[in-house]
Write a protein that binds this ligand. Structure first.
Ligand code: ZN
Ligand code: ZN
Length: 378
């Protein structure tokens, strides 16, 4: 394994971040790397199911089932801190979620397979549009995987909460269901001096925000997880006019679809009741959602064994309320996803994903590669 080559690859990928479904240059870099390491070997076939996505089929294992490895490709609209060792060359776009590391690891596996040519069947999946754009679902719906018998799907995510040399995962749900919603209140405008002629959509929205937390707590068993967060409210036109319109943007989170349905119902009913109190109407719209990432217990066990073998610390980590569209893979096939520690300094404060200061240490690539190659082997 040529780690220096992977280091250069990471640099190039990090310098060329592109937002969801615009990963054109990124795809080019990956395909160049693919051509360089596979040297035209007939054991590899490349598919481009849609837009920038890449699926590489390595077939050298007869009718054995396939192992699938997936990396996400997109970056986000954040201005990178100029203090980093490598800095984005696309102003306003940055690999602030570490997907450059994920792609580098997947390319590392590809290089190793191209060198050793194991008697196996492998799918390398480079997936665009993870950041809220639902690329995983689109890839699956494209039908590119339909002809394959896939026994296990694998993916990683870097995480600064853990040190280089640590990984973290579990045998259940690792990432939650995030559901993005808008709640719109429609009322009737009127002069502020004649409020009785209007229906105040701002008052309805304000009441909703005040009571929603209480309603959730009173209607959901406290041992269950359902979280609603509303981060944006737009309402009204002027200080001396009764607001005829309010829009609240929020996100709902849970670990199971049952809890998500129940929680959404509570949010919707609360909105309707608050609207009625002011003679308004309320409408909840679901803009999009991912499904949960559910790890297969058997594969988590393998992960632990792989970590032990390489003296990598494997931490049991309960699921977080963040979302990841790898859930579409784990819904269809057995799968496992794990966090890969990427903080070098144990005394430094962890930097959160999507921060313009997030810069995973390259050491994370080496750790993830060891584990993934072990998962591939056994
Ligand atoms: Zn992200
Ligand atoms: Zn991410």
């Amino acid at each position: 394994m040529d780690l220096e080559r992977l280091k250069t690859l990471r640099k190039v990928l990090h310098e060329s971040p592109e937002p969801s479904f615009n990963e054109f240059k990124t795809a080019e870099i990956i395909l160049d790397f693919f051509n360089e390491v596979t040297k035209g070997s007939p054991l590899f076939k490349v598919y481009r199911p849609f837009l920038t996505s890449i699926v590489i089929d390595y077939h050298n294992g007869g009718d054995k089932p396939y192992k699938l490895f997936r990396a996400d490709m997109d970056a986000i609209k954040v201005d990178e801190s100029p203090t980093h060792e490598i800095v984005s060359k696309n102003p306003g776009v940055m690999h602030a979620c570490g997907h450059d590391i994920h792609m580098t690891v997947l390319c590392g596996i590809l290089a190793e397979v191209a060198e050793k040519l194991p008697e196996k069947n492998i799918l390398f999946v480079f997936q665009p549009g993870e950041e809220g754009a639902g690329g995983a679902r689109k890839m699956i719906e494209s039908g590119v995987f339909d002809k394959y018998d896939i026994e296990a799907a694998h993916a990683i995510h870097v995480n600064d909460d853990f040190l280089v040399g640590e990984i973290a995962s579990n045998d259940n749900v690792l990432f939650a269901i995030p559901r993005e919603v808008d709640v719109v209140f429609e009322g009737k405008t009127a002069h502020a001096a004649f409020p009785e002629r209007g229906h105040d959509a701002l008052a309805a929205a304000a009441e909703f925000l005040t009571v929603i937390e209480h309603n959730i707590r009173k209607n959901i068993n406290p041992t269950e997880t359902f979280h609603a967060h509303f981060g944006k409210l737009v309402s009204g036109t002027a200080r001396n006019v009764v607001s005829g319109y309010s829009k609240i943007e929020g996100t709902l989170r849970s670990f199971t679809s049952e809890m998500m349905s129940l929680g959404t119902k509570i949010v919707e009913e609360t909105a309707k009741r608050c609207a009625e109190n002011y003679g308004c109407t309320a409408k909840l719209t679901i803009l999009g959602e991912y499904i949960e990432v559910r790890n297969t217990p058997e594969l988590f066990k393998k992960l632990k064994t792989a970590a032990e073998k390489h003296k990598i610390r494997c931490i049991y980590k309960k699921g977080d309320l963040v979302g990841e569209d790898f859930g579409y893979f784990t819904k269809k096939w057995s799968g496992v996803m794990f966090w890969v520690g990427c903080r070098r300094n144990p005394d430094a404060e962890p930097v959160s994903l999507h921060s313009n200061l997030f810069f995973p240490d390259f050491g994370a690539v080496k750790v993830a590669l060891k584990i993934m190659l072990e998962m591939l082997e056994n």
